[in-house]
Design a protein. Structure first.
Length: 335
């Protein structure tokens, strides 16, 4: 099969089966995709499918964006750093963190360039409805990232208007951080769902970059790696910020202490304490099997305990229901 052009991701024929959906002993659906597992130093442990053709990392690119903000003079620590890289569920606590970033930077909430949205968290949405309030950019799952970006603009006297333009100084700084950590020049660029630029990278480059972030230390003699270390600490210590109640990223961080980040359209990155890192894309864009596949690959590599994955699985929404009871499950099926 001919190689894919740089304007598209890998083809179906270059993917492998990653997971299946089983109902009553019958395999009802299959999820194909590609995945790569690297050691902390970037050494290849395992490759499933095509791991060299570019993919859009979507929100799995947020750690690089947050580091660029931090390297631009904005001090982000703890929950503030976590919300800058979060895909949060829009609870009032998340909105408060994002508003705090804006307030301290002297930036009005109206400057947010992400779309207005309802909270993904049902209880939070219901509370807004009871108050007669509507959807707003602050509840969009990327509002923390956007608030941090605006804070960087204020810190450096960069214009707030147009901060999402690829030619804006902030976006150029982000691109530099992406290339520095991944070791790869993006093959293409586009506009993410929140309006920010997103850059196409191979799964191998994405995993390499995430491994470098996850293994960075806040005591590093190099400024940018110090910031990466603070970010890694923030993610592992504030699982609730990264996603939200009952969401897979939060469950995995709180229970296993991994550095993990979901991205739309079937993207997942996860890094264990020893730096072993997985990056994967489910080709059909579904995320329902992504977490269990990533955890299974880390367990196969010996980076986490298989028993811990098995104990966690019931909380990852993998059950297949029929008539109000479980009749099957979503499970990893790669070979």
């Amino acid at each position: 099969m001919a190689a894919a052009s740089v304007t598209e991701t890998f083809a179906v024929g270059n993917a492998v089966e990653l997971a299946v959906v089983e109902r009553s002993g019958f395999v009802e659906s299959r999820h194909a995709g590609s995945a790569v597992v690297l050691r902390a130093d970037g050494t290849l442990i395992r490759a499933l499918g095509d791991v060299t053709t570019p993919i859009f990392p979507r929100s799995s690119m947020k750690p690089f964006q947050a580091i660029a903000v931090m390297a631009s003079g904005v001090t982000l620590r703890g929950e503030d750093a976590a919300v800058a890289t979060a895909s949060h569920s829009g609870t009032e606590k998340h909105a408060t963190l994002a508003r705090g970033l804006l307030s301290r930077a002297g930036v009005p909430e109206s400057a947010l360039g992400c779309p207005a949205a309802w909270p993904d968290d049902t209880a939070s949405r219901d509370a807004l409805v009871r108050l007669g309030a509507g959807k707003a950019p602050i509840y969009m799952n990327c509002s923390g990232k956007h608030a941090a970006m605006l804070a960087a603009c204020a810190q450096n006297d960069w214009p707030l208007a147009g901060y999402l333009d690829p030619e804006h100084p902030l976006q150029k700084r982000i691109l530099d951080v992406v290339e520095r950590f991944t070791g790869e020049r993006p093959a293409a660029s586009g506009i993410d769902g929140c309006g920010a630029p997103v850059h196409a990278l191979s799964l191998t480059a994405l995993a390499r970059g995430i491994a470098r972030i996850a293994t960075s230390k806040s005591s590093s003699p190099f400024a940018i790696y110090r910031e990466a270390g603070f970010l890694a600490e923030a993610v592992r210590s504030n699982g609730w910020v990264i996603a939200g109640p009952g969401m897979p990223d939060t469950v995995v961080i709180d229970r296993l202490g991994l550095f993990i980040k979901t991205g739309a359209e079937g993207i997942m990155v996860a890094s264990a304490d020893d730096g072993t890192t997985v990056a994967l894309k489910v080709l059909d864009g579904s995320l329902r099997a992504a977490t269990i596949v990533a955890l299974s690959l880390l367990a196969d590599a010996g980076a986490i305990a298989r028993s811990d994955v098995d104990a966690l699985a019931p909380d990852l929404h993998l059950a297949v229901s029929g008539g109000g009871r479980q009749v099957g499950e979503i499970r990893a099926s790669y070979i």
